[in-house]
Design a binder for this molecule. Structure first.
Ligand SMILES: C[S@@+](CC[C@H](N)C(=O)[O-])C[C@H]1O[C@@H](n2cnc3c(N)ncnc32)[C@H](O)[C@@H]1O
Length: 317
């Protein structure tokens, strides 16, 4: 069982909220970006991967970036954002199109067989985690929001306070792979109304003790980790969006185009693995990674967020 343990402070990166791109070199190598190509970064966030892709595409290329988060797009597309043309590139910078929307809409918004590369680096960005007002982090006091797109959909607060106990337990079990889901759901329902991340953490911590997963010190996870992951996935329809993206991918990629997906927990990775294997069986893909690529010890030391990352890649036949 692999859980998204990205709720840890990060060091380094660019800008005030450092986002260190995960598996950057590996992702770029598997994308095999060619000068003049067209690439889609389905999760552009602060542009860590996008910036490297843009460098390789150069002026004749086109980079399309999706994100659900308007705040991320405003930063990355701004004058000092990662996608502003760096001085050392001169005029050699691709056309850039940023789209505020879900990558679940790729089939409708991208023409068939037009992409040379498609990258998805799933989950939350540092921008989202580090802004307490977004409610993603159990380490900071904030409103229970958790929406990647704050302009639409139900908040975590609405979910936590309104769905019935059984459904809440199912959400926590299914999307958090939390064995103590019933106990946690019961405690939440008894403590309603719950308005803030801190309140929710206290309720969960009282209902469930810390889990020990292995010998590594960082594998001892906070009792709220799985419930926060579950609520975030549910609020943002993350697994349905991922399935829609994976269904669209073989249609929007050109023959020879590359798909690279970086996931952060086992639910996502299973969906990616199954979709790529099924695609290969149907003759749509040549698999480029038999086993998922993971971060080196050196990267994990530098960027703790990378410890749960798994990357899979395939080439459209
Ligand atoms: C891990 S971050 C990407 C980081 C980026 N690769 C970088 O290096 O800066 C994930 C981003 O994907 C976005 N996201 C998650 N699900 C999405 C979806 N269904 N559609 C569009 N964007 C999504 C989040 O809002 C977040 O900004």
């Amino acid at each position: 069982m692999r859980t998204d343990t990205t709720d840890t402070p990060e060091r380094g990166g660019h800008g005030a909220v450092g986002h260190v791109p995960v598996l950057l070199k590996e992702a770029i190598d598997f994308l095999a970006v060619q000068r003049g190509g067209t690439c889609l970064d389905a999760t552009v966030a602060l542009g860590g991967h996008s910036c490297e892709i843009a460098r390789r595409l150069g002026a004749p290329g086109h980079l399309i970036g999706f994100d659900k988060d308007p705040a991320a797009l405003a930063i990355v597309g701004g004058a000092t954002g990662a996608l502003a043309r760096p001085a050392e590139q001169g005029a050699d910078w691709p056309q850039i199109t940023l789209i505020h929307g879900s990558f679940a809409e790729v089939a409708e918004r991208i023409a068939p067989a037009t992409l040379d590369g498609l990258l998805a680096d799933l989950g939350v960005s540092s921008l989202q985690l580090q802004d307490a007002a977004r409610g993603f982090s159990f380490q900071a006091e904030g409103p229970l929001d958790m929406r990647m797109n704050p302009m639409s959909g139900e908040t975590a607060e609405q979910v936590v306070n309104h769905i019935d106990e059984r459904e809440l337990a199912d959400v926590i079990y299914e999307f958090g792979e939390e064995r103590r889901s019933r106990r946690i759901a019961r405690a939440i329902v008894r403590s309603r109304p719950i308005r803030t991340t801190r309140q929710l953490v206290e309720v969960i911590s009282a209902a469930a003790r810390p889990m020990k997963l292995g010998q590594h010190k960082y594998e001892r996870i906070h009792p709220a980790t799985r419930t926060f992951q579950a609520l975030r996935i549910f609020v943002n329809h993350e697994l349905d969006d991922l399935k829609a993206l994976l269904e669209a991918a073989p249609r929007v990629l050109k023959p020879g185009g590359r798909l690279v997906v970086i996931s952060f927990h086992s639910l996502e990775d299973r969906i990616v693995k199954d979709a790529l294997r099924e695609g290969a069986k149907q003759g749509l893909y040549r698999l480029l990674t038999k086993k998922p690529v993971t971060a080196t010890e050196e990267e994990i030391d530098r960027n703790p967020r990378s410890r749960s990352a798994k990357m899979r890649a395939a080439e459209k036949v």
